[in-house]
Write a protein that binds this ligand. Structure first.
Ligand SMILES: Cc1cc2nc3c(=O)[nH]c(=O)nc-3n(C[C@H](O)[C@H](O)[C@H](O)COP(=O)(O)OP(=O)(O)OC[C@H]3O[C@@H](n4cnc5c(N)ncnc54)[C@H](O)[C@@H]3O)c2cc1C
Length: 420
């Protein structure tokens, strides 16, 4: 009797985790639109500046030992090793007023007072910042997970200075979306994002993947029946006995089961006959783009003593209209890479500051921009998967990080009859 056949569409962590579990019982064909597998799991092999090369990750740079149990289990099963990271820290600078905070990752640690700021005014700033951190924890403890960040800011009557220099830079960095979007974040999503990232507990359980995320991507792909790179799927049609998958060349293959592991809007576009529920739920999600570059131009990093951190956020003015995650990330320091050359990933406004001659690669990642509507839709996602067609992707759980994508793949495989 022929083995059950399954198509997995999309090779991000959601699709790969599902494919890894499904291949133990079924024949799995993986479709990927891009020439490269992995989606946001992207590793670049780059010159180390001393005649050799090193592997650097540019999106999924770190996994958390406690907060990412499914990712850690997957890596362990594949024999992929991780190593502890030294620190995950955030500096914030404001080009307009000269504000410089080397400890922006910790709202309880007061930044140095800017010279122009009187001591009494500065004391109010630090008190408000600490109060915000406490009120965030209290709001979550009181089960106010559906309140938005903006509601919390309004209720606390924080000054524009505190919001613009201490609260929003951290929230935009953690949320990976512009300020207008992060203000609409339900606190529950923000909490899970901060908690997964160890921010609330001051936790330092972060690890990087030795050799980069490409290690696990390659090992999963090697076990599959077929891997179709550069093969975008155009439609998925459910028939009485099969799931028909049509790719961009017009080729149609029939499978017994399928997983759609793209972002939600793409998933909806693929469905030839979406139900009202699928259209409503998948159509509720929005993503924000984070255009970036991988480069070697260290002049984008802060030069003042003690200011250079793993993550470095810079805003041009005290009142940016809609601040984006303007980040320059020191990849060598973050991923424990020893190299003569600096390797930096800069996103949004920061990407434009890197000298063009120093650019190694352009990057394009999107992240869910959570709203109360998409948070409500996320709770309904389990209704969409059945024993024949399941959905996966980081948008299925919590804030949409790698652990969330991995868990979604586990759940999709289980829906199709392949529990872990
Ligand atoms: C700047 C940045 C940094 C991040 N850093 C971290 C981090 O350090 N740690 C962490 O845990 N998370 C991090 N994240 C979040 C993490 O990247 C995501 O949560 C997760 O990897 C996304 O996985 P996914 O499977 O949902 O989507 P993706 O990785 O985007 O995969 C979807 C795949 O589907 C493919 N596809 C789309 N349409 C089709 C089609 N029609 N046919 C075939 N294939 C298709 C796409 O090409 C893509 O490969 C970061 C995100 C960003 C933006």
């Amino acid at each position: 009797m022929p083995r059950t056949s399954v198509a997995v569409i999309g090779s991000g962590v959601g699709g790969l985790t599902a494919a890894h579990l499904l291949q133990r019982s079924y024949d799995v064909t993986l479709y990927e639109a891009a020439p490269r597998l992995g989606g946001h799991a992207e590793t670049h092999t780059v010159p180390d500046g001393a005649g050799g090369s090193v592997a650097v990750d540019t999106a999924v740079m770190m996994v958390h030992a406690r907060g990412n149990p499914h990712v850690m289990r997957l890596l362990g099963e594949l024999g992929v090793t991780t190593r502890p990271l030294g620190d995950i820290t955030l500096s914030v600078t404001c080009a307009e007023c000269g504000f410089a905070n080397p400890d922006a990752h910790d709202l309880h640690r007061p930044p140095p007072r800017p010279q122009a700021m009187p001591a009494a005014a500065w004391q109010r700033v630090t008190e408000q910042t600490k109060r915000f951190s406490d009120e965030l924890a209290t709001a979550l403890g009181a089960g106010a997970a559906d309140r938005t960040l903006q509601e919390l800011i309004d209720a606390g009557q924080y000054t524009d200075y505190v919001v613009g220099h201490l609260i929003m830079p951290l929230m935009v960095t953690m949320g990976l979306v512009p300020a207008d979007s992060v203000r609409r974040f339900p606190l529950g999503h923000l909490f899970e994002t901060l908690d997964h990232n160890g921010v609330l507990a001051g936790d330092s359980g972060w690890r990087s993947i030795v050799g980069g995320t490409a290690r696990y991507v390659e090992r999963i792909a090697a076990r599959l029946t077929a891997v179709l790179r550069s093969t975008p799927v155009r439609s998925v049609r459910r028939t009485a006995r099969a799931v028909d998958v049509r790719d961009a060349t017009g080729t149609v293959r029939s499978f017994d089961k399928a997983v759609i592991a793209t972002h939600p809007r793409q998933a909806l576009e693929l469905l030839a006959d979406p139900s009202d529920g699928e259209a409503r739920i998948l159509g509720s999600f929005h993503y924000a783009a984070n255009p970036g570059v991988l480069h070697t131009d260290a002049s984008v990093l802060p030069s003042a003593p003690g200011m250079r951190r793993t993550h470095n956020y810079r805003q041009q003015s005290c009142h940016p209209a809609n601040a984006t995650p303007a980040l320059s990330i020191d990849l060598n320091r973050l991923q424990g890479i020893t190299a003569a050359a600096d390797h930096i990933a800069s996103f949004n406004d920061e990407a434009r500051r890197a000298a063009p001659a120093a650019v190694i690669a352009t990057l394009g990642y999107e992240h869910p921009a959570w709203t109360p509507e998409s948070a409500a839709a996320q709770r309904l996602l389990p209704l969409l998967s059945d024993h024949r067609l399941a959905f996966a992707g980081a948008y299925h759980h919590a804030g949409g990080y790698h652990e969330d994508g991995c868990l979604s793949g586990v759940r999709a495989a289980a829906a199709l009859g392949a529990p872990w």
